[in-house]
Design a protein around this ligand. Structure first.
Ligand code: HEC
Length: 217
């Protein structure tokens, strides 16, 4: 090994220059220094591994594709576990779910708890426009001078739309009404649905879709 002390370096300026040059060269190859050279990696470990390029051909799989199709029934983490609960559509997306999904009612501690949660949420999110009793006489239409006209929720048609459709209306909004799928959680939207039904029944104690279907799914 090349060993230099202070004295030697003083005596041999050439040796000193050579050592400096070697050190500089070594430092010049440090991480973070931009270079076009191929990096020299003494221990390669997992630095390079065999892999396929996206869309490339593979002899390994019978269908010749490297990108594997998802196994049937795969569910992404962020995907809805139950499409009916998330969309309000019945299983085959053929018609609306007639009632609040039974699982939601159970998870929220029963219908009574769900309705009372719904009453609270309705008070927060819906009364500004639809009014406390659902007549469409909230503060917003009162102040907006006719620009926003929410219907009465006791309207013949609205009393008979399926629970799933009511849920979807709250989730996605309708025409002038805003959507609530981002700031009101799924279970709370169903809770509001159950409360709107209670509100409607309070004014028209006659069968609605929910009663006709015999309670919960
Ligand atoms: C910013 C005011 C506003 C708020 C808040 C609001 N709505 Fe509405 N809503 C409206 C308006 C306006 C309409 C009528 C839309 C139209 O037909 O142009 C409407 C329509 C509806 C309808 C009838 C949909 C149909 O099929 O015609 C329902 C049901 C309803 N709202 C429920 C709710 C519920 C439940 C909430 C609370 C989560 C809510 N709305 C919050 C303004 C509002």
């Amino acid at each position: 090994m090349l060993k230099i002390d202070r004295k030697t370096r003083m005596q041999h300026p050439i040796a000193s220059a050579v050592v400096s040059a070697i050190l500089l060269a070594a430092l010049g190859g440090c991480q973070g220094t931009p270079t076009d050279e191929t990096p020299i990696i003494p221990i390669r470990n997992m630095f390079q591994q065999p892999r396929y390029n996206p869309q490339a051909h593979s002899d390994f799989f019978a269908d010749g594709r490297t990108m594997r199709p998802l196994p049937e029934g795969t569910v992404a983490r962020e995907m809805a576990a139950d499409p009916v609960t998330e969309t309000g559509w019945s299983d085959a997306r053929q018609s609306w779910a007639l009632t609040v999904p039974g699982a939601v009612v159970r998870e929220q501690g029963g219908m009574e708890a769900l309705v009372s949660r719904g009453q609270e949420r309705y008070g927060i999110y819906c009364t500004p426009c639809h009014g406390v009793s659902g007549e469409g006489d909230g503060m917003v239409p009162t102040r907006a001078g006719g620009a926003i006209r929410p219907p009465t929720l006791h309207d013949e048609r609205l009393r008979h739309i399926p629970d799933g459709q009511l849920f979807a209306t709250i989730s996605h909004g309708i025409r002038n009404m805003p959507a609530y799928d981002h700031n009101v959680p799924t279970a709370d939207r169903w809770a509001i649905v159950s409360y709107v039904r209670a509100l409607q029944l309070s004014q028209h104690p006659e069968p609605t879709a929910m009663n006709l279907a015999g309670g919960t799914r």
